[in-house]
Design a protein around this ligand. Structure first.
Ligand SMILES: NC(=O)c1ccc[n+]([C@@H]2O[C@H](COP(=O)([O-])OP(=O)(O)OC[C@H]3O[C@@H](n4cnc5c(N)ncnc54)[C@H](OP(=O)(O)O)[C@@H]3O)[C@@H](O)[C@H]2O)c1
Length: 296
């Protein structure tokens, strides 16, 4: 019998890309909000009973970081309550749970890249809710693959790259935060690398646990915006903004409801060594995303 795979969050950035890769591993049942409100525990229970998954891939999340500061209950229902339900189900059934988490579980005070073994210390409600989801999975005893990623973008969905490209169509100058560092990571890289990792796990070639899965290299939001706009102009996109007119400001000059870590760098050595994969430099994903972005 074919493996049954339940994908949650099918319309999200990562969920969309997983729809391309997960069918390589078995029968994929992809679920979006219209099929099941994942904040409704009873509905989730009915879904699990109907699909009887061997693997659950949870790409659903409450990702509106600033809104989470006020919509705390909803953020915790999706980012902590849902993984707890999924983990309990997997612990009882023996299914594998694949779940995504974030650099925002850290406080950013470390000098170098964060290791999987480093202590968490979220600065925001979003970070707290994602850390609570991680804890619930860890405590459940279920087989799991918990993948922390950072600064996700894709051609679809809402993300920093698309916001900057939209602004660049009408604005000729921007100020962008330059003292927060991380790795912009494309949703397709996450989906492809996750699928390889799941395959290794189900073949018994690797152990589960927490892994950091981001693009290689690092930049600031300011470096990210400059590179993005420079490349977009080279591809002939009709923009008003030149990279040199993107000025660098400290985060203190761009206050947002949720505090972000200054250091979002995650070490990817464990992921690369365990799964024998090479995670590409962040710039290559940006170029590919721009090539796939329709010109308005
Ligand atoms: N985005 C980032 O920069 C980032 C950074 C680090 C880690 N991560 C993590 O990576 C994972 C994937 O992120 P992403 O960027 O792909 O997220 P995304 O694009 O925001 O997608 C999340 C999906 O979850 C769905 N969802 C939320 N609440 C739901 C509910 N009550 N019922 C049913 N579906 C619901 C959303 O549905 P709707 O479309 O209907 O709202 C959306 O399709 C998440 O675990 C996230 O925490 C993301």
């Amino acid at each position: 019998m074919k493996r049954q795979i339940l994908l949650l969050g099918m319309h999200g950035q990562v969920g969309r890309e997983l729809q391309r890769t997960l069918p390589l591993l078995g029968d994929m049942h992809a679920v979006g909000r219209a099929d099941c409100d994942l904040a409704d525990a009873e509905a989730v229970g009915r879904l699990l009973q109907a699909v009887k998954p061997d693997i659950i891939v949870n790409a659903a999340a409450f990702t509106a970081v600033d809104r989470a500061e006020t919509e705390i209950e909803t953020a915790f229902a999706i980012n902590a309550g849902l993984p707890e339900i999924l983990a309990a189900h997997c612990a009882a059934s023996g299914a594998l749970l694949v779940h995504y988490s974030t650099d925002y579980v850290f406080d950013g005070s470390k000098q170098g890249p964060y290791l999987e073994s480093d202590s968490t210390g979220p600065l925001s409600q979003y970070g707290l809710s994602k850390a609570a989801g991680e804890t619930a999975i860890g405590q459940s005893g279920c087989r799991h693959l918990l993948l922390r990623t950072s600064w996700v973008y894709s051609v679809h969905g809402s993300n920093f790259a698309r916001t900057i490209l939209n602004l660049a169509r009408s604005r000729d100058a921007l100020s962008i935060v330059a003292n927060q560092y991380g790795a912009p990571t494309s949703a397709d890289t996450i989906a492809i690398a996750s699928t390889h990792a799941i395959h290794d796990l189900i073949r018994g070639r690797a152990d589960g646990g927490i892994y950091h899965l981001t693009a290689a290299g690092e930049t600031s939001w300011h470096g990210y915006a400059r590179f993005l706009i420079g490349q977009a102009l080279q591809l002939g996109m009709p923009l008003q903004l030149a990279p040199e007119n993107i000025s660098a400001i400290p985060a203190s000059e761009y206050p947002l409801p949720a505090k972000r870590p200054c250091n979002s760098r995650l070490s990817i050595q464990k992921f690369q060594n365990t799964f024998d994969l090479v995670l590409p430099d962040w710039r290559s994903g940006i170029i590919r995303m721009l090539q796939e972005t329709p010109t308005p």
